[in-house]
Ligand binder design. Structure first.
Ligand SMILES: Nc1ncnc2c1ncn2[C@@H]1O[C@H](COP(=O)(O)OP(=O)(O)OP(=O)(O)O)[C@@H](O)[C@H]1O
Length: 305
């Protein structure tokens, strides 16, 4: 599949703070590409450089074969950027905001189909400030897509939305993708990354830590674990067990989590030791990790992908 975005060895510092550190990735046409990472990881800086809103220090960024710094005017008509709700005037009506953006993009229509999809038809005469959080987010999405861009950049699109509104937002984003639009989305909701994105890049301290389909990322060895309770299994013995990568222990609950490369042989060993030493095990289960687990693993371990 064709790459519509290529980022190569991107660097950006603010004074002595390195916000983006030698970052490289590419985005394929028609995918939902997630950029995930904790607060301050460099997500906004990266997305704003791609949008042409921020200057890079070094590296290459190609958006639809163009340079976002030099070709910004042309690119503005081919990419859509979802602005933060705070950048829209409170006393502007929905229809006025739509007209304004239509004028900016030289479009005569105000995205009627999109408005229907977003459920905003009834809200045309409502002031922006009187919309609910979900409606505001949907309006900013409508404004970003009015000119039918080929790529849409969304910075935390479901921030502040309740779970129902968040799912609605995901459906809208998926339908844009299904119509051939490429979507780049930053999020720090791991569930959003897992359920919405086709591929995710995990960044931390401005560096790429992992990049793959969410389901393949959680296939990562460290994302599998065994959980059980035991009042007497010595923690030190678990640490020494072959194949164990990490042990978590909740003393209050006598609960353990063993992260392992090999669930089967680790389980065999666990029960073998318990049998020989007469330790007690209960509530035993295998668990497949989620992106949340992987995220915590990378943050704690700090290993590179
Ligand atoms: N204009 C700026 N001046 C100085 N430092 C900045 C500026 N913008 C961002 N930073 C710093 O650069 C780092 C990366 O910030 P950035 O906003 O890109 O991260 P982020 O992953 O989007 O974080 P968040 O999820 O909190 O929005 C942070 O340490 C931040 O404090």
């Amino acid at each position: 599949m064709e790459n519509v975005i290529i980022v190569q060895s991107l660097n950006k510092s603010y004074g002595t703070k390195k916000a983006v550190n030698n970052l490289s990735f590419s985005v394929k046409k028609g995918e939902i590409f997630g950029i995930i990472g904790p607060n301050g990881a460099g997500k906004t800086t990266t997305i704003e450089i791609m949008e042409g809103l921020r200057k890079k220090d070094s590296g290459e960024v190609s958006i639809l074969g163009m340079n976002p710094e030099k070709d910004r005017k042309v690119l503005n008509h081919r990419i859509g950027v979802q602005f933060q709700a705070t950048s829209i005037q409170k006393k502007m009506k929905v229809k006025e905001a739509l007209k304004l953006f239509a004028a900016i993009y030289n479009k005569s229509n105000t995205g009627d189909e999109m408005l229907k999809l977003l459920g905003l038809e009834e809200k045309m005469d409502t002031y922006f400030d009187d919309l609910s959080g979900g409606q505001k987010q949907r309006l900013t999405l409508a404004l970003a897509t009015l000119h039918e861009p080929e790529i849409i950049f969304l910075d935390e699109p479901s921030m502040g939305l309740d779970p129902h509104a968040r799912r609605e937002m995901w459906n809208i984003i998926r339908s844009l993708r299904d119509n051939g639009t490429t979507i780049v989305v930053t999020t720090h909701y791991m569930e959003e990354a897992e359920k919405l994105c086709d591929r995710v890049a995990m960044i931390y301290n401005g560096e790429l830590r992992a990049l793959d389909e969410p389901s393949r990322l959680v296939e990562d060895i460290s994302a599998h674990f065994i959980s059980f309770r035991s009042p007497d299994f010595p923690l030190a013995q678990l640490h020494q067990m072959a194949g164990v990568i990490k042990v978590e222990h909740d003393e209050e609950l006598d609960a353990f989590k063993l992260y392992t490369e090999d669930l089967q042989s680790c389980s065999y060993l666990l029960f073998k030791i318990a049998q020989e030493e007469n330790y007690h095990i209960s509530d035993y289960k295998f668990e497949r990790g989620t992106l949340d687990d992987l995220f915590v693993h990378y943050l704690q371990g700090g290993e590179s992908a």
